[in-house]
Design a protein around this ligand. Structure first.
Ligand code: NAP
Ligand code: GDD
Length: 339
């Protein structure tokens, strides 16, 4: 019989790639979707016609219990979150509720539905994946960051993710649940939300190249990130869930680039000189910045056999080409962000 997966956040970047990957692996895939008429669901349906939908919201405990009871999943992937870091300062309480407390509600739904009790080995029960983040490292205490590096989150988002991370470990230890966290570093794609810097840059380049804009306004160009391709990273999520033991893993490329290098590469991919178009804007700087993030993915390579397949330059070129195509076709990038 096909394994059944329930994905929260299926309308997001990672949810779409993970659903595709699990369908390819022969899974029956269900997505938890919120709202009465979530416009992203129709896009998801176009792309992923085989996915089934169940209504629910990470803010609503009862809806999660009902979803787990209805779907009877073998595996739950909790990708739903307020995921844009600047928004977490503007709506800190909402971020705590969705990104932090949402993890508790999902774990409780699984615990209640699978009858796990304190200290019992809940083998054979529902497996749980938590989308943890390198933002938890924040002001890093060492470089590169491993599964043992301490956390010093710098945003309400990072703090909420740290809560979800520790809670996932705690449910594993308290109830014997197969509960794992993937500490994923930044991963991008043509489906990335337009508010994140890589997509903002690839779209900005495409607009300038096509004569639709004359400048691109950005914040801190000196921040450094470990950027990989989302299609590679969802495979790591699945590998963690099929591993013999529940453990947490750092997932990244091990290579760091600055926002400035990202900008240079993206403009160069379209044959443009970035210095003629990029304007820096103090208003786009963050109240507390994460200066650098760089993964040490050795454990994932050794234990899961996971390796990133797409390089930084290939990723940037892929995103710029995709946005050039999208805008040339006259599409609205926010409406058609799933090529
Ligand atoms: P994304 O594109 O922003 O997607 C977020 C998803 O969360 C959307 O499907 C959204 O659904 C859903 N959501 C928001 N509020 C919800 C609620 N109250 N109840 C249920 N679902 C809700 O994020 P992503 O880039 O795919 O990232 C997936 C996960 O990985 C997130 O948890 C993110 O924090 C984490 N992460 C991402 C990265 C990265 O670089 N991409 C790195 C580390 C960790 P709607 O359509 O309803 O808005
Ligand atoms: N978004 C944005 N817009 N970022 C900018 C800009 C801009 O105009 N200018 C400079 N930056 C810098 C930010 O200050 C930050 O240092 C870096 O670019 C990356 O910003 P984002 O792309 O917004 O991603 P993030 O690193 O804050 O968070 C992403 O990665 C995390 C994993 O490390 C998100 O996907 C999080 O959900 C994820 O957990």
């Amino acid at each position: 019989m096909a394994r059944r997966a329930l994905i929260t956040g299926i309308t997001g970047q990672d949810g779409s790639y993970l659903a595709e990957h699990l369908l390819e692996q022969g899974y029956e895939v269900w997505g938890l979707v919120r709202g009465q008429a979530n416009p992203r669901v129709s896009r998801m349906r176009r792309l992923l016609s085989d996915v089934q939908v169940v209504r629910g919201d990470l803010l609503d405990q009862g809806s999660l219990i009902s979803a787990v009871e209805r779907v009877q999943p073998d595996e739950v992937y909790n990708l739903g979150a307020i995921s844009f870091v600047p928004m977490s300062w503007e709506q800190a309480e909402l971020t705590a509720e969705v990104t932090g407390m949402g993890v508790l509600r999902m774990l409780e739904a699984i615990r209640v539905c699978s009858g796990a009790s304190r200290g019992s080995a809940a083998s054979g029960q529902i497996r749980f994946y938590q989308a943890s983040s390198s933002e938890m490292f924040g002001q890093v205490s060492e470089t590169p960051q491993t599964e043992r590096t301490g956390f010093h989150p710098r945003s309400p988002y990072g703090v909420a993710k740290a809560y979800g991370h520790f809670l996932t470990q705690n449910y594993r230890e308290s109830y014997g649940m197969f509960a794992v966290s993937g500490i994923l570093f930044n991963h991008e794609s043509p489906r990335r939300g337009t508010e994140f810097v890589t997509r903002k840059v690839s779209l900005g380049v495409a607009r300038i190249k096509l004569g639709l804009a004359t400048e691109l306004r950005l914040g801190n160009l000196e921040a450094r990130r470990d950027w990989g391709y989302a299609g590679d990273y969802v495979k790591a999520m699945h590998l963690m869930m099929r591993a013999p033991r529940p453990e947490d893993y750092v997932i990244g490329t091990g290579r760091m680039k600055s926002v400035r290098e990202l900008v240079e590469a993206a403009f160069a991919a379209a044959g443009l000189d970035w210095e003629r178009y990029v304007v820096t804007d103090q208003a786009l700087h963050r109240p507390a910045e994460v200066d650098l993030l760089c993964a040490d993915p050795k454990k994932a390579r050794a234990q899961l056999g996971w390796e990133p397949g797409v390089s930084f330059d290939e990723l940037v070129a892929m995103m710029v080409e995709s946005d050039l195509r999208l805008l040339s076709d006259g599409a609205d990038p926010d409406d058609a962000s799933w090529p």
